[in-house]
Design a protein around this ligand. Structure first.
Ligand code: SAM
Length: 160
């Protein structure tokens, strides 16, 4: 598979999994967390699809497109190893949807990172909430959910 094929699979799957999780959690009340702003494409998609839901963004250094930059009060600035711990004190287990796209180009580093943050993410999710991740996560209780038909296996993961 070419790098282009891989990239397209990842993007198509990311949108499919996000749309699926947004629909399944639509009636829930509670914050939504975007972990990793980057250019802000997925953040922009989430805000467009969920105008009525509060989307908080966790990012260590904002470098997003101006149209995809969250307002200051929705930005949780810092390293997620610290800010996810602080978020549990602030929000408790109330997140209805958590999306994580924190990785770079090195699969081994991404896997190690996912292992490190999994125990910080798991307690934030509300009962019935869903987590969408670009990398496989390592949870104690949350389990992998079936992907929507238009997502490509191993390009995106859903937990609940
Ligand atoms: N989904 C985004 C989009 O659609 O544009 C792309 C996200 S980009 C792949 C990953 C982002 O995660 C980068 O902006 C990076 O700064 C952020 N990030 C990586 N490690 C982080 C950490 N330890 N704490 C906070 N942010 C981090």
């Amino acid at each position: 598979m070419s790098r282009l094929d891989h990239f397209i699979n990842r993007m198509v799957s990311q949108r499919a999994c996000l749309d699926h999780a947004i629909a399944l959690t639509a009636t829930m009340e509670g914050p939504v967390f975007e972990l990793g702003l980057g250019n802000g494409r997925t953040y922009h998609h989430m805000v467009e699809k969920m105008p009525q839901r509060a989307v908080y963004v966790f990012e260590r250094a904002v470098a997003s497109h101006p149209k995809s930059t969250p307002p200051d009060d929705m930005l949780i600035l810092g390293d997620v190893h610290d800010t996810l711990v602080q978020a549990l004190e602030r929000f408790g287990p109330t997140a209805t949807l958590i999306h994580a796209d924190l990785g770079g180009h090195n699969p081994e580093k991404n896997d190690a990172f996912a292992r490190a943050i999994s125990p910080l993410v798991e307690p934030l999710l509300a009962a019935g909430g869903l987590m969408v991740a670009s990398d496989r996560m390592y949870f104690d209780k949350l389990t992998e959910q079936e992907l929507p038909a238009d997502a490509v296996a191993n390009s995106c993961f859903i937990y609940g």
